[in-house]
Design a protein around this ligand. Structure first.
Ligand code: S3P
Length: 454
């Protein structure tokens, strides 16, 4: 079973050139935050370009359960009547966050300093992921949590009746943890401080400032010190959600490795805390250009143009770049398999606690397709077979993980024999139009499990 029904196998076969223009949906991280911050504001927040993937729809339902009025007007156009900081009502039902680690962790933070109780659950993937990384810091504010062994969902959080502000150094590079602490800090008196040794995506900081919170970031020898003054009145905003660079990664990488391709992907956010993949691809020799570079809503944006690049070279990805491309390692591994030489990805153990263990999922699937892999707890090494050199001919397990499914479908566009994914269902969590968008560019997908044995 996939998250929302029976498993849906899908096969991808070597495609002709990919050509055309790809309109990518809204950014998932910013979409979640728009709903949550809108719900914590006074007045009506209006959002355009909201990603209507299942993860974000689950966050929208959750915000309704906490008392916000959330309305869909037309595709991507939503409004949220917020309840104000500290105004969350106690939900009268279990909050089901589906597949979304970002959704559940940010919402747990957002409710942790309000004296209400809420119970959270998710699908089999989410219920296997660690929540201690959020319940530890929210306990410092005074919240209590009761979950399964290992800090897993389903879990009940009892919000603090008299929250105290917190100073917290995140033990792992995680924007979700940072954001959960900042959202909890909203309803604590005084200053809440989060220190992160490595910079992770900074959408929460930017958006909290945009909603009127007093928040500063100082770069110090111990890392980025983010200070939030609690109990602000957040003011409703009008938000145009930029297009998601993590979704753009799939057609970009497909165009780079499918012979003869030339694809334009307009309007992609290039926030430096998100754009590590594009830098890495260019380091490998990709013909990837930024056209029409500009600033939109304070964020750097460009149109990406990706053309087939038949002599990309494997590289050692600088480990300090990992947080800025953490969701892109699976698709980078696919590019690496089509490059010449070895690509070394170190400092990536966070991949083991994503929607699946992404090091394991990519290693097993690539091996099944004939690619030599080395791995350890914190490392993935791919020995490239050169452009079009991957045999393929396997069925790859996706473990309810959208990015694993999309990565292997892109791989199948280049392989000698088709590649099947055991379940494409999870793709709807982040990129519901992936199949039509890729097919319009020239991809060949078929629903019959017609794989050719290796
Ligand atoms: C996200 C943060 C990242 C990322 C996830 C979205 C966010 O997770 O993998 O897809 O919106 O804050 P971590 O913060 O756990 O690395």
């Amino acid at each position: 079973m996939s998250a929302h029904g029976p498993a849906r196998p899908l096969t991808s076969r070597r495609a002709g050139p990919l050509t055309g223009t790809a309109a990518i949906p809204g950014d998932k991280s910013i979409s979640h935050r728009s709903l949550i911050l809108g719900a914590l504001s006074v007045g009506e927040t209006r959002v355009t370009g909201l990603l209507e993937g299942q993860d974000v729809l689950d966050t929208a339902s959750a915000m309704r359960a906490f008392g916000a009025e959330v309305t869909r007007h037309s595709e991507g156009a939503w409004s949220i009547h917020g309840v104000g900081v500290g105004g969350f009502a106690e939900p009268d039902r279990v909050i089901d966050c589906g597949n979304s680690g970002t959704g559940v962790r940010l919402i747990m933070g957002a409710m942790a300093t309000t004296p209400i109780t809420a119970t959270f659950t998710g699908d089999a993937s989410l219920n296997g992921r660690p929540m201690g990384r959020v319940t530890d810091p929210i306990s410092l504010f005074g919240a209590a949590s009761y979950g399964r062994k290992g800090g897993r969902l389903p879990m009940t959080i009892v919000g603090a009746a008299q929250p105290v502000p917190v100073r917290y150094a995140t033990p792992m590079p995680s924007a979700q943890v940072k954001s959960a602490v900042l959202l909890a800090g909203l309803n604590a008196p005084g200053q809440t401080v989060v220190i992160e040794a490595e910079a992770t995506r900074d959408h929460s900081e930017r958006m909290l400032a945009g909603f009127g919170a007093e928040i500063t970031t100082e770069v110090t020898p111990e890392g980025r010190v983010i200070t939030l003054t609690g109990q602000p009145e957040l003011v409703a905003q009008t938000i145009a959600v930029p297009r998601d660079p993590s979704s753009a990664a799939f057609p970009v990488c497909a165009a780079l490795i499918v012979e003869g391709s030339d694809v334009l992907i307009p309007n992609i956010g290039l926030n430096p805390t998100r754009a590590g993949l594009f830098t890495t691809l260019r380091d490998m020799g990709a013909d990837l250009t930024y056209e029409n570079e500009r600033l939109e809503g304070g964020e750097p944006v460009a149109d990406l143009r990706a053309r087939f690049s038949d002599n990309m070279q494997g590289i050692e990805v600088p480990p300090e770049r990992a947080p800025s491309m953490i969701d892109e390692y699976p698709i980078l591994a696919v590019v690496a398999a089509n490059a010449t030489g070895t690509t070394v990805m170190r400092g990536v153990k966070e991949l083991r606690v994503k929607e699946s263990d992404r090091i394991d999922a990519m290693a097993r699937g690539l091996e099944a397709c004939g690619v030599r892999i080395e791995e350890d707890e914190d490392t993935l090494i791919v020995h490239g077979l050169g452009s079009g050199g991957v045999p393929g001919g396997a069925t790859c397990a996706t473990h309810l993980d959208h990015r694993i499914a999309m990565s292997f479908l892109v791989l199948g566009m280049t392989t000698v024999q088709p590649v099947t994914v055991d379940d494409a269902g999870a793709i709807t969590t982040s990129f519901p139009i992936f199949e039509t968008l890729m097919t319009d560019l020239g991809a060949q997908f078929s629903a019959d499990a017609d794989r050719v044995p290796a």
